[in-house]
Design a protein around this ligand. Sequence first.
Ligand SMILES: C[S@@+](CC[C@H](N)C(=O)[O-])C[C@H]1O[C@@H](n2cnc3c(N)ncnc32)[C@H](O)[C@@H]1O
Length: 292
Amino acid sequence: MTSPMKSLSLDYERFHKCFRISRQVASEHQVMYKFIRESLPGILASTLEGKTTFDVVSLGSGTGEVDLEILSQLSKVLPDVKVGCDMVEPSEPMLEKCKELVSRTPSLDDVNFTWNQMTASEFEKHWRDSQPEKKVDFIHMIQMLYYEVDPAAAVSFYRSLLNKDGKLLIMLNSGECGWSKLWSIYGNELYRRELKLTLTAADIKRNLTAEGISFEAFVLPSTIDITDCFIPGDEKGELVLDWLTSVVDFRRTAPPELKAGVMDLLRSPDFTTEVDGRALFSCNLEVLVLGQ
Ligand SMILES: C[S@@+](CC[C@H](N)C(=O)[O-])C[C@H]1O[C@@H](n2cnc3c(N)ncnc32)[C@H](O)[C@@H]1O
């Protein structure tokens, strides 16, 4: 008998509900913003030095909130520099939201945006065809590489676009956190229809090390509040569970053995700590920074 499980990415309405709840229960975005404000300017210090123009490529811009935080930090340290930014995002609704957000942000009036509704690999082709010699100062891929068919090839191409002191920043889930453990054990059953959603920073680090490419790594501790996942029928808990497993209505549709295994892992003290009566599941992020 085939499993009635359905991938969350095939149910746009449920995905969107889960995404909204994930913003409430996960500390991911707070942690990202803290990193961008406190660590990124230092990481880019040598790249920023003596610049009169500064070119950025954002791959998988989403709705743009994280990009805007990056650009506003850059504009503080580059007050008189002309910043150009290629925004690369395949989803039209996301890109439209991103444009709208930019148009409502007057502090970015001096940034010259180019909008590219395409995937990172389509943008690679576009770049090779239109301006193969051009180099850039800063490229970032924030929670994006999971969606590329060949992540190692994408890293290699985009690294080749860097100026002498340019930097490529990759942000992914850390290989050591609870969420990655869940994927590594149950990934085949949970993510049957998807490509590389099981990718972690550990995979990229392994490739880079094998190729002798040096990088800096920063772990950003992050958690998801999964307390309500243990209350069957709780609306919020069920959405969080779907978000974690990427399965629509996981509790009702997953085979009993899979469900028991996933719930045991979520309860494991190796990955979940109790703080003020709340169960916090580890989903650390990791940032890798590469030069030319
Ligand atoms: C998890 S979101 C991250 C968005 C944003 N970087 C952030 O951190 O808020 C991943 C984004 O990558 C986009 N995406 C999916 N496949 C892609 C691809 N092959 N190339 C570039 N972006 C892609 C998605 O549409 C989505 O907006």
